[in-house]
Design a protein around this ligand. Structure first.
Ligand SMILES: Cc1cc2nc3c(=O)[nH]c(=O)nc-3n(C[C@H](O)[C@H](O)[C@H](O)COP(=O)(O)OP(=O)(O)OC[C@H]3O[C@@H](n4cnc5c(N)ncnc54)[C@H](O)[C@@H]3O)c2cc1C
Length: 575
């Protein structure tokens, strides 16, 4: 008897066969859960690649922002796998095996093929250890109905067929709702799928956002209008195919800042090994009226390790409260022009990669962000407001980890006069025009009000944390199976003073003030909870856009692995 086979006979549904579904299957296999039945419902016809690593999210020119050595362990390492890739495929992605090493980022479509192959290997392994696995392709799940009386959960497919399960894990991943696209000419709610941007345009294109999603759009649009070459000095430069073309890309961001460039990461300090343990969280909450204070997390997971990793930098900032630390770092970023800063960060990153030495304060800050995911549901509303206002904007700049090749292209486009960046402040508005295109309303850095019209607009603010109402499974909402995520205020008088200016503050059934945060409420094991905070032992959610309120970190493959691990632990505990 294997130690975990008390789950034997249970039927588990995985909704979505992207990276989250892949890690879910892997963790079920790792736990040796022989005798269980697993059914995977995938709306597309491919497993593993998900949205970012398939044609839904990438063309040949798009690259990952993590290198092979940073990818959580699967059946084969990338180094092993790449040796079996067909030479035509390697040529298509310009991969020279004699120069391939683990510190390289990969074309996203090639990485998708790697993930698909890992899925196939895992499917075989599942059969070998006695897991009854069936995969349903082209099977879109339209609704999910919890049946507490039967202790089951029903999956309803788009063709109205249905099937009942003991447990269900929602791995449906990214969602890019269309609001104006297809209705307003030249308006794109996201740059995905990027094939739609393969157009020749003879006018400036407005992009909202200046981070990785904007860079995805930039890489596609630039290739339609010109080409990159290497100068005699070894520098990348860009030339328009038609020198008279009016095409250019205008990025718009709040502060007029560009994201940070990828540097060498020392995985061991990225936070994965230093997340708060459940016992630590329990002790912290006990000492703090049920909350996990943000200041404590900042001290424990950023300042303390920084004192060891970079004592010189630590000495400069050790006495600053979190807000002042962010102001200091932002002030340094704002002092240089965005492209000048970007160029100097590109050089710093190149040195970090050459020396295999991290830029510790940046890596620790990204690690802190990862660490905060788990206790965020125990933050006070006040701390969540501080996190969103101060720390998250800085972290989101750094965590982008712009790959070197994207950084070089961005600089080449700017040098060629084809790429600009405009600071539009927090109050800007994009107004779609009935006749096509948009009008961008903003106040510039000199305080002047501007309205600039564009024929083409691509919204590139990235995957948003979706609201409770955006969750596309009506049965979960109508039956009260899921509840909106919210956080309690620690100082109730503060909440009442903020009530007028913040629409997200509400009074709960217990008479206490709460802050509504995006998406649905989950517990530490990603189980949904209802409005009475009762956990649901059947339904788990690891679709990042729906749990952003309690999971504020920008997700990645490492998140897929950690979440899947927690879910399998919970399933084993329930059995
Ligand atoms: C453009 C982009 C680039 C990224 N690059 C990186 C990177 O380089 N490195 C990194 O670590 N992270 C990156 N990320 C983060 C990325 O979110 C995760 O790596 C990963 O894609 C999350 O996987 P997922 O399975 O949760 O979601 P997805 O990748 O969105 O996959 C979800 C799957 O579920 C299926 N599905 C959805 N709804 C249904 C339904 N109703 N019924 C049936 N099937 C359904 C979809 O077809 C899809 O196959 C990137 C994200 C984006 C958006």
């Amino acid at each position: 008897m294997k130690k975990n086979n008390n789950l034997a006979g249970k039927q588990i549904a995985i909704i979505g066969g992207g990276p989250s579904g892949l890690f879910m299957l892997k963790k079920l296999i790792d736990a040796d859960l022989q005798g269980i039945s697993v059914r995977i419902f995938e709306k597309g016809n491919q497993l593993g690649a998900g949205m970012p690593y398939s044609s839904s999210g990438a063309n040949d020119e798009h690259v990952t922002n993590v290198s092979a050595n940073e990818i959580p362990e699967l059946e084969q390492s990338i180094g092993e796998w790449i040796k079996q890739v067909h030479p035509h495929t390697l040529a298509r992605f310009k991969i020279d095996l004699s120069h391939f090493h683990d510190y390289k980022v990969l074309p996203r479509l090639l990485f998708g093929e790697y993930l698909a192959d890992q899925f196939a290997l895992l499917a075989k392994k599942a059969a070998n250890i006695g897991i009854d696995l069936q995969i349903f392709y082209n099977s879109q799940v339209a609704d999910i109905l919890d049946q507490p009386a039967n202790k089951s959960v029903t999956v309803v497919l788009a063709d109205n067929s249905s099937c009942a399960f003991d447990h269900l894990v929602l791995c449906s991943g990214h969602l890019w709702p269309k609001r104006h696209e297809d209705k307003i000419k030249g308006y794109y709610d996201s740059p995905y799928p990027p094939a739609k941007l393969k157009q020749i345009l003879n006018h400036p294109v407005a992009i909202r956002g200046a981070s990785l999603t904007a860079i995805d759009a930039m890489r596609t649009l630039a290739r339609q209008h010109g080409s990159y070459r290497i100068s005699d000095m070894g520098r990348l430069y860009y030339q328009l195919n038609d020198p008279k073309s009016e095409f250019k890309i205008v990025l718009h961001s709040r502060e007029g800042l560009l994201p940070g460039v990828r540097f060498h990461l020392e995985d061991s300090i990225l936070g994965k090994d230093s997340i708060f343990t459940p016992d630590e969280i329990k002790a912290i909450r006990k000492a703090n009226e049920g909350f996990v204070p943000l200041n404590l997390a900042f001290e424990e997971k950023f300042l303390k390790p920084l004192s060891k990793q970079d004592p010189v930098f630590y000495q400069k900032i050790k006495d600053l409260p979190m807000e002042d630390f962010v102001d200091k770092v932002m002030e340094l970023r704002e002092r240089l022009g965005p492209f000048q800063l970007f160029r100097s960060e590109y050089k710093e990153a190149a040195q970090s990669i050459r020396r295999h030495q991290s830029v510790y304060w940046k890596e620790l800050l990204c690690g802190l962000s990862y660490t905060l995911n788990y206790p965020a549901k125990y933050f006070s509303a006040e701390d969540m407001l501080r996190l969103k206002k101060k720390l998250m904007p800085l972290i989101s700049l750094l965590i982008a980890f712009v790959p070197q090749s994207s950084a070089e292209e961005l600089l080449a486009l700017h040098d060629a006069g084809v790429l600009d960046l405009v600071a539009v402040g927090a109050e800007s508005k994009v107004v779609p025009q009935q006749e096509g295109g948009i009008a961008y309303h903003y106040t510039n850095e000199q305080g002047e009000e501007k309205v600039v019209e564009y024929d083409t607009f691509v919204d590139c603010i990235g995957q948003q944390h979706l609201s409770f109402d955006d969750i596309p499974f009506p049965g979960l909402k109508e039956k009260g199976t899921i509840a909106p995520a919210k956080l309690q205020f620690r100082v109730q008088t503060l909440a009442s003073s903020l009530l007028e200016e913040n629409q997200d503050i509400e009074i709960g059934v217990d008479g206490q003030y709460y802050l509504k945060v995006p998406g649905l409420a989950i517990n530490d094991y990603f189980q949904v909870v209802d409005k009475y905070l009762a956990l649901n032992p059947r339904i788990y959610v690891m679709s990042v856009p729906f749990i952003g309120g309690y999971n504020p970190d920008y997700s990645g493959l490492d998140f897929c692995e950690t979440a899947a691990d927690q879910i399998v632990k919970s399933l084993v505990m329930l059995a």
